[in-house]
Design a protein around this ligand. Structure first.
Ligand SMILES: *Cc1c(COP(=O)(O)O)cnc(C)c1O
Length: 399
């Protein structure tokens, strides 16, 4: 029913019961690990229905589901135009349990590079120990993608926009290659959100999010989500019911609350992201800016075709060295220094120190992470205040 509504209306109303317990306006936090039965006949009816795959919304135990979590899942499914959604305790739990659900010994995965570092670790060293092989291909090289697919390839795993270079994958093109070879596709769409990009409509099979970022939106929760067909999600649900890593009901409540303002927040972060990127591009202390909404970005054309906005993350390199880059970051007054993105408070990190501190300067250079690369995730502050702050810190570098 709510599929007819536009995004902002779905954010507020979708997935939640119209009339809630005690006529509360908000969906309550069902802080309960167990859900009980009136009598043994009730229990027998439940187990019988479940045996026929029709237990409906009813759950018996928190690892198999929770009504607050289920409301958040229904809302997310509607926002992504998917049949079903499943929430997890973190984005990495979502990604790793989705991959575990579809891979077994001897399977092969193709992954585009510039993916979230922990995802690359999971698909590399970690799952390699269980006999799963993976090939990494450069984002934007569709010939390499196609030739990397073998008869054993079960999944093509991608991310768009990427971190930290904000590369954009041509999703219809990736989907057509994978479909021709009968391989399923998974995208980490965390940086885009369903406001800026709807991968399922472009033929992607499964969309994964770190809900910790824009979806939660307030830097106060950790959660992950996967959205896709009910069939595929049933397999992931089965994995989750064995392994756990479930989203707790209070987190689901915070997520429902955060999702109600997703469009409002994204409109602001899209606008401020572009304003900050455009400002940075013309400042003499800045060497290069990576933001897909800039015409100078290599993927600008694809970004305009498949996205409705470019988000609040801007990466840039300074005309400086690591020390001066750190001084720049320390001179800023508004952004906090720390990882993550998508919340109310702007966050900034010198990438060399944050995500790649265990690499030697030579190894960082080899994978193209410059010492002066900075990632700024704009929050909900005023654009002019942020730009003024960045200007004063950049101007310090010129004197
Ligand atoms: C943060 C992030 C993750 C991991 O999510 P967690 O909620 O921290 O586990 C995965 N992918 C991307 C793109 C992210 O930004």
């Amino acid at each position: 029913m709510s599929q007819k509504w536009r995004m902002a209306t779905r954010e507020v109303h979708a997935g939640e019961a119209r009339i809630k317990p005690e006529n509360a306006l908000t969906t309550p936090v069902f802080q309960s690990s167990t859900f009980t039965f009136a009598d043994t006949a009730d229990l027998a009816r439940f187990t019988e229905a479940r045996r026929h795959g029709a237990s409906g919304a009813r759950v018996e135990y928190g690892r198999y589901g929770n009504p607050t979590v289920a409301a958040a899942e229904r809302k997310l499914a509607e926002l992504e135009d998917g049949e079903s959604a499943l929430l997890f305790s973190s984005g990495m739990a979502a990604i790793s349990l989705v991959l575990l659900s579809f891979l077994s010994q001897g399977a092969h995965v193709v992954m585009t590079d510039d993916c979230y570092r922990r995802t690359r670790q999971f698909l590399g060293d970690f799952i390699g120990r269980y006999g799963v092989d993976s090939t990494v291909v450069p984002v934007g090289d569709y010939g390499a993608l196609e030739s990397a697919i073998t008869p054993n390839t079960r999944l093509v795993v991608t991310e768009s926009p990427t971190n930290p270079y904000m590369r954009i994958v041509d999703l219809p093109r990736l989907v057509s290659i994978a479909q021709r070879r009968h391989v399923r596709t998974v995208i980490d769409s965390t940086f885009a959100t369903p406001v800026n990009q709807r991968p399922l409509r472009m033929g992607i099979d499964l969309v994964v999010h770190s809900a910790t970022k824009y979806l939660g939106g307030h830097n106060d929760l950790l959660a992950g989500a996967v959205i896709g067909s009910t069939d595929l999600l049933a397999q992931v649900r089965e994995t989750q019911s064995i392994i756990g890593a479930v989203c707790d009901p209070h987190t689901a409540y915070l997520l429902i609350r955060g999702l109600k303002t997703l469009s409002l927040r994204m409109a602001h972060q899209n606008r401020v992201g572009l304003a900050v990127a455009s400002f940075l591009e013309q400042h003499p202390a800045v060497q290069r800016v990576y933001y897909p909404g800039l015409v100078t970005h290599p993927d600008y054309t694809i970004a305009c075709e498949q996205m409705d906005g470019f988000g609040g993350v801007v990466s840039f390199e300074l005309n400086a060295d690591l020390k001066a880059t750190c001084q720049f970051v320390d001179t800023l007054r508004i952004p906090y220094i720390g990882p993550s993105l998508g919340g109310a408070e702007s966050l900034i990190v010198p990438v060399a120190l944050a995500s790649y501190s265990d690499y030697s300067p030579e190894d960082r250079a080899a994978i193209g992470i410059s010492d002066t690369l900075v990632r700024l995730a704009v929050g909900l502050e005023d654009a002019d205040d942020l730009i003024d702050d960045i200007r004063q810190a950049l101007d310090c570098m010129l004197t």
